[in-house]
Every structure is written in structure tokens, then in C-alpha cells.
Design a protein around this ligand. Structure first.
Ligand SMILES: Nc1ncnc2c1ncn2[C@@H]1O[C@H](COP(=O)(O)OP(=O)(O)O)[C@@H](O)[C@H]1O
Ligand SMILES: [Mg+2]
Length: 302
């Protein structure tokens, strides 16, 4: 313990956060509208001086909302990579303590630690709703504490010198004043058919299936998040490679039935036809199959 009264050491950022390196980022597959918004933001940040001559400033804050597994974290990481900066990822829920005043102190310590960083970086505040929920009028200590955290966050957002991205699965819970403080609000939803096709293709690689089969898989996974699509395609590759070793058939219907039994969208999400409709599995039984390894030096090719 330090003997200095009121001395608050600046804690290391890694006490609160995970630092993601730019070189480890992977670009998410997004809708054209979101892709454009991201490109606009990058152009804007590069045009700081030009904008200044018109009395304008580039936006420095963004709020990403939308269901889990649709690419909020992936997008923030990709964005930091495009700027060549590390991403400081903080799960805001981890700052919550039951000690009176403790959560607010953790929020302060976090911002102190970020300010003390010598290297420029992007701050990513995940599960932002856990500290920025709507203010309530109540006399209970917990309500007062929550309200004062929201007020202090408003001031922190206004004075933060760098680029800040927040994310939430629960946009309805965010305090409206906090919501408006962000320079941009992007909603990242479940992918449409074009995006699903691209996501399925990416995560099936290096294996490939005929286009007709990819189109069917796109259709039967309507409503699924990219995270589920990835799990499905990675599971498919694993199963096709290993099924003979556990003595199971590798026909399309057999493989997909095993996958459906072990990969499942969360109950809060829309259940895609693959999990609910008998026509989906019947069509799968008839689709062109099996996947092939498209690499020239693949074990199959040699
Ligand atoms: N739009 C996307 N395109 C490609 N892959 C995605 C996309 N969204 C999510 N993923 C994959 O799903 C996983 C979870 O995504 P994540 O970015 O953590 O979602 P979120 O932060 O919205 O909950 C990641 O491993 C990522 O590879
Ligand atoms: Mg996330």
C-alpha cells in the first residue's frame, strides 16, 4: 500500500483491457451500407486538416449496436487495423462491482490508464449498456450511483482525445443522452443472402462446394449470425475430415444432421430453416456433394 493519502496510482491498461494488434485483424463481411459508412469514416479521419479549414472536425466516436455474433468486435478490430493502431478492448461489464462507488471508480481508473498510454490507440468499450443504461429517478443508492456514472461518462465521451467505439447488444437500454453523444450510430444486423453466401464461402475455404450447394446453404441459414455460420462451416470441415474415423457416413444429410445437433443459434435469435424445416434437410440430401479441397497442394490432390 502506498502511504500517500489520496494517491491513486495509474494502473496498467492490461488490468482492464485486452490489447488487440492491428496485424491480427480480419475484415468482417458487411452490408454495403455499413461498408460505405466505415469507408466514409476512414476518409474523414484522413481529411482532418481540410475539414478544419471549414470549421469541421472528423467524428471521433461510434456506437455499434446489434445482435451478438454479427461482427461488432470484428469491425472495431478491422477499423483499428485500417488505421494501423492497436485496439484496446474493454468489457465494461467487468468494471462492475457491488461495492458502493466501486464501479464509478473503475470507470475513472480505466480512462486514467488509457490517457497514460504513450502509444496512440483506439478504445473499444464492449457491453457498453452495462454502465450506460438509462438514468432512473429513484432514491436508492444503486440508482444514484448509476446516474452519476452516466453523467461522468457523458463528460468523458466529450473530452476523450482519441477515437472511441462502443458496442451493445441492447441498444434500447442505453441512456438517450449517451446515445446522442456518439458521432455515428451503426446497426450491425444479421447478414442478408449475399453476405451469408460470402461468409459461408470464406469459412468453408480451403474447401469448396458447387455454387448450387452454396446457394442452398445460404437459403437454409436465413437469419443466422455470422458467428453461427462460421461455427457451421468449420464444423462441416472437421466432420468431413474426421467422420470416417468415428465410423459415421459422410453424405451431405448425415453431416448436416450431426451439425444441426451440435451447433444451435441462441434461443433469442430467429431459428433458420435448417433447424426447423423438414424441406431444408430434404433439399440438402439432394444437393451436389462432397466438398473438395481447392488447394493445389491439398492432401487430396497429391
Ligand atoms: N460480419 C462478419 N463477417 C465475417 N465473420 C464474422 C462477421 N461477424 C462475426 N464474424 C465471426 O464471428 C465471430 C464473432 O464475431 P464478433 O465480432 O465477436 O461479434 P459481436 O461482437 O457482434 O458479438 C468472430 O470470430 C468472427 O470471425
Ligand atoms: Mg463483441
Amino acid at each position: 500500500m502506498s502511504g500517500l493519502q489520496g494517491f491513486r496510482p495509474v494502473r496498467d491498461i492490461t488490468d482492464f483491457a485486452e490489447v488487440l494488434k492491428p496485424e491480427e485483424a480480419e475484415p468482417p463481411i458487411l452490408s454495403p451500407a455499413i461498408r460505405l459508412a466505415v469507408r466514409q469514416w476512414l476518409v474523414e479521419l484522413a481529411a482532418e486538416e481540410e475539414l478544419a479549414s471549414y470549421g469541421l472536425k472528423p467524428r471521433r466516436t461510434a456506437m455499434l449496436s446489434g445482435p451478438p455474433g454479427c461482427g461488432k468486435t470484428t469491425l472495431a478490430h478491422h477499423f483499428s487495423a485500417r488505421l494501423g493502431l492497436p485496439l484496446i478492448l474493454v468489457n465494461m461489464a467487468s468494471l462492475i462491482t457491488s461495492f458502493l462507488g466501486g464501479t464509478g471508480q473503475n470507470v475513472n481508473k480505466l480512462f486514467d490508464a488509457v490517457r497514460a498510454q504513450s502509444q496512440e490507440c483506439i478504445l473499444f468499450l464492449d457491453e457498453f449498456d452495462s454502465v450506460a443504461s438509462k438514468r432512473v429517478s429513484g432514491a436508492r443508492n444503486a440508482d444514484n450511483e448509476r446516474n452519476s456514472i452516466v453523467i461522468s461518462l457523458l463528460q468523458k465521451i466529450d473530452t476523450f482525445p482519441g477515437i472511441m467505439i462502443a458496442a451493445t447488444n441492447r441498444s434500447d437500454d442505453i441512456d438517450p443522452a449517451i446515445w446522442r453523444r456518439f458521432g455515428m450510430q451503426l446497426e450491425i444486423l444479421e447478414p442478408d443472402a449475399d453476405a451469408r453466401f460470402a461468409i459461408l464461402t470464406r469459412y468453408l475455404a480451403p474447401m469448396t462446394l458447387p455454387e448450387e450447394s452454396m446457394e442452398l446453404l445460404t437459403e437454409v441459414t436465413a437469419g443466422a449470425s455470422p458467428a453461427v455460420l462460421r461455427q457451421l462451416m468449420e464444423g462441416l470441415k472437421r466432420d468431413v475430415i474426421l467422420a470416417p474415423r468415428y465410423g459415421q457416413p459422410v453424405e451431405a444429410k448425415a453431416v448436416l444432421s450431426r451439425l444441426v445437433a451440435s451447433v444451435r443459434p441462441h434461443a433469442e435469435a430467429v431459428m433458420p430453416p435448417l433447424w426447423t424445416e423438414t424441406w431444408a434437410m430434404e433439399s440438402i440430401a439432394k444437393m451436389p456433394w462432397p466438398p473438395v479441397d481447392g488447394r493445389e497442394d491439398s492432401p487430396e490432390a497429391s
